[in-house]
Design a protein around this ligand. Structure first.
Ligand code: 48F
Length: 260
């Protein structure tokens, strides 16, 4: 067999095996931003079969670019244990006790590597275009290749069955929108619908991101900016402690739900 053929066969067969074994998971996470990557790591570490489906070629979401492409971000004291778990370095801010800076590229790559090393699988360039909704329960995801989505190709999707679904899609809360608009689900929010993100207020946004990380419908959870959008929290810009703590909280809630 030619080496060209060896390489192609190896890739096709190992990817197929990987995809086959993740068509049914304990937890399917939509989006590979910072909150989702943290959730995936702690779930995988606890022995949960977890996969992330990320639309873009590179997971990491809004972490790479820091603030306005200055590739540094800020975190507060409370989030340091999570960074330390991932082995991501940080430095204290001399003029603002309790706050720290870190390199956003180290954070993005460290979170991705940490999640994968713990046993989470990441399927990149895969877009979630719908949910599986049976017997009034969210049962999984409907997926397609991002290039298919982007080019508007008329190609039917495939499905992934999951016990729990975590919406980590960031500001747009795409899965929550699908759930309320297509499945007509009433969310556990004041209006039963998505309340909508509010403008910038850093302290409030950081606090509410963690508070709003919840199960909003049986089997359907939200973390990170998605959770904040669902409950009408404020945005916070390039401070990431809330995102990291939201991911850890989501993992704990899902673990409890899976053990029921
Ligand atoms: O937005 P994002 O980074 O998620 P997050 O964990 O973090 C928010 C921060 O980055 C930042 C912030 C912090 O102060 O406010 O915005 O809430 O990442 C969301 C990821 O989800 C992917 C998207 O490409 C991005 O990488 N995504 C969104 N919709 C889909 C999706 C979809 N339908 N299918 C697959 N991936």
């Amino acid at each position: 067999m030619s080496l060209e053929n060896v390489i192609s066969r190896a890739i096709v067969s190992t990817f197929t095996q990987k995809m086959l074994s993740y068509l049914e998971v304990d937890t399917a996470i939509v989006g590979g931003g910072p909150s989702a990557l943290v959730a995936a790591r702690y779930l995988a570490e606890a022995g949960v079969k977890v996969a992330i489906f990320e639309r873009k070629l590179a997971p990491g979401g809004g972490t790479w670019g820091g603030g306005m492409l200055f590739n540094e971000v800020v975190v507060q004291d409370d989030a340091l244990p999570i960074l330390d778990d991932f082995g991501i370095r940080h430095a204290p801010l001399a003029d603002a006790p309790g706050y720290h800076t870190l390199d956003s590229v180290e954070m993005a790559s460290g979170l991705i590597f940490g999640a994968v090393k713990a046993g989470a699988k990441i399927f990149n360039s895969v877009s979630v275009e719908d949910i599986v909704f049976k017997d009034k329960k969210v049962n999984g995801l409907v997926i397609n290749w991002t290039p298919v989505e982007r080019l508007g190709m008329h190609v039917d999707p495939l499905t992934v069955i999951a016990e729990c679904v975590l919406d980590g899609t960031g500001h747009p809360s795409e899965i929550m929108h699908l759930a309320t608009e297509k499945a007509k689900i009433t969310l556990d929010t004041p209006t039963g619908k998505i309340e909508g993100e509010r403008p910038m207020w850093v302290e409030s946004g950081e606090e509410s991101t963690v508070k709003n990380t919840r199960e909003y419908y049986p089997g359907l959870f939200a973390c990170g900016m998605s959770a904040n959008n669902v409950m009408g929290g404020y945005r916070m810009g390039p401070i990431f402690g809330g995102m990291l703590m939201s991911g850890k909280k989501a993992a704990g809630l899902i673990l409890k739900s899976l053990k029921k």
